[in-house]
Design a protein around this ligand. Structure first.
Ligand code: GLN
Length: 487
């Protein structure tokens, strides 16, 4: 019998005791997808054959009594901006509607080597631009907690699939909050690793200096296991680093009976002010109080340049996006406009036709904004200025981390909003990222995890932020405040 509420550990135990086989597991979860995904629409493609083949291989290894690998038989999914060889990779865009990946991302290779079963590719906002998954060219994903609401974005499909029990974990990407904000909307755990901790090889680029592939799971331990699998230096990504992550979580000189019960936690004043929903604030502060009762020291800190983070992020990310998306011109990559009428007087007209048809409105908005920011005469005023502000934001964090070990903030100023509510108002949509983007600007690791439900029974998320490469500390603190939300 296969029980519900599975974790990676329970799956491993079940496989070891022969309670079920990996093939049975794959079939069970494929069935859940078949039943639930009609309503949720987390998946753009379900890869039944791939999952069953991978499951068979795991079962063969078990039959030969080989040692179980870290993710043996664990059903998962991959955001459709990350390549899985042989499966489509659309980036949620008409531009890449028929593109089939010819290689796998390094992070995908690593999870497959460890025995994970890939059930499919998950929905996202087009080219990972958005905060609700409504900008997908293939229709929105719904929040499993309330189908009239968004799951957040851009890794909305990944997060909704984990939240709905369609798989155990998912790989997402986070350029400005795209793992953490949807994780908070759907009541799951999501980590944006330190910049350079995980290879970006095989991730369709949006903002290259900002983004990381990260893990989404139902609990902190599973999130940590997946992160441990995908982290590390990759020769194919020059920005990945070979640092060893401190395995000890003990802040020196502050151990209590060998345990880290006394982290110094910073509460950044700027993240608890205007615009923050009262229930979100109360719930996050309640979790902080709980940690204080366990022996942590809590201290208010200031990140004075936080107010510029959103403006700074939208200049840098759109500038990078405008360069990264130049390759989709219908010649080198992407959609070819069908109508011959629009085409062919010149190469430029050709490009215009292909790009006008292939991209959706949010992507076009960003390409125009980014191109403007980088254009001669405006480069200094916008892009270069934003780079200077980025440095100040980084310094704010560095100064705060001289006083405290970790920071706690809300992940999002509000809970999941209604489908359509912010779709016509890009500025309102951008505000959903107000607490997440500065972490990407500074290249820091941060995790979102559930800390309660609001009156409407919607999940609330809190964010733990640490200095570079302190993922282990973040996981350690997260485990101390981990709760299970009752649906
Ligand atoms: N919502 C942010 C944006 O639209 C973040 C996106 C992301 O992290 N990919 O840019």
């Amino acid at each position: 019998m296969i029980k519900d509420n599975f974790t990676i550990k329970k799956i491993q135990e079940g496989l070891k005791c022969k309670d079920f086989s990996a093939v049975e597991l794959a079939k069970k979860y494929l069935k859940v997808i078949e039943e639930k995904d009609k309503d949720i629409h987390a998946f753009l493609e379900v890869s039944e054959n791939m999952a069953l083949k991978q499951a068979q291989e795991v079962d063969e290894k078990i039959a030969k009594q080989e040692k179980l690998t870290l993710l043996a038989g664990v059903p998962c999914s991959v955001k459709d901006a990350i390549m899985v060889e042989g499966l489509k990779c659309t980036a949620g865009s008409k531009m890449l509607k028929n593109y089939k990946a010819v290689y796998s991302a390094t992070s995908v290779k690593k999870i497959v080597e460890q025995g994970a079963l890939i059930l499919g590719k998950t929905n996202l906002d087009e080219f990972a631009m958005g905060s609700s998954t409504e900008h997908s060219a293939f229709g929105p994903t719904k929040n499993p907690w309330d189908l009239t609401r968004v799951p957040g974005g851009t890794s909305g499909g990944s997060v909704a699939s984990v939240s709905a029990g369609e798989n155990i974990f998912s790989l997402g990407s986070d350029t400005g909050g795209s793992i953490r904000q949807p994780a908070s909307f759907c009541g799951v755990v999501g980590l944006k690793p330190t910049y350079g901790a995980v290879s970006r090889y095989g991730l369709i680029a949006h903002g290259s200096s900002l983004e990381q592939i990260g893990a989404i799971a139902n609990n902190v331990e599973d999130c940590q296991t997946v992160f441990n699998t995908i982290k590390g230096k990759d020769e194919k990504d020059a920005t990945s680093v070979a640092l060893s992550f401190p395995t000890t979580n003990l802040p020196t000189g502050r151990q209590v009976a060998g345990r880290t019960t006394n982290y110094k936690i910073g509460i950044p004043r700027e993240y608890f002010g205007e615009g923050l929903d009262e229930e979100v604030k109360e719930s996050v502060l309640k979790a902080v109080k709980g940690l204080e009762e366990q022996g942590c020291q809590v201290k208010e800190v200031s990140l004075p340049h936080a107010v510029y983070a959103l403006a700074c992020y939208y200049i840098i990310s759109t500038s990078e996006a405008s360069a990264n998306l130049a390759r989709y011109d219908g010649v080198r990559y992407g959609h070819r406009a069908k109508s011959q009428k629009q085409k062919a007087n010149s190469l430029l007209e050709d490009y215009i036709a292909d790009r006008s048809e292939g991209f959706g409105s949010e992507v076009k908005r960003r390409i125009i904004l980014g191109t403007f920011c980088l254009s001669s005469g405006y480069y200094d005023a916008y892009y270069q200025k934003a780079q200077k502000v980025r440095e100040l934001i980084k310094q704010d964090f560095a100064l705060a981390f001289e006083k405290v070990d970790l920071l706690i903030t809300p992940t999002s100023p509000f809970c999941a909003f209604k489908l359509g509510e912010k779709l016509d108002d890009p500025l309102q949509m951008y505000l959903a990222d107000i607490y997440t983007v500065s972490i990407n600007l500074a290249g820091l690791p941060a995790l979102s995890m559930p800390c309660g439900l609001n009156k409407e029974k919607l999940p609330i998320g809190l964010q733990i932020i640490g200095p570079h490469f302190t993922e282990n500390k973040i996981f350690d603190l997260a485990k101390k405040t981990e709760i299970t939300l009752e649906k």
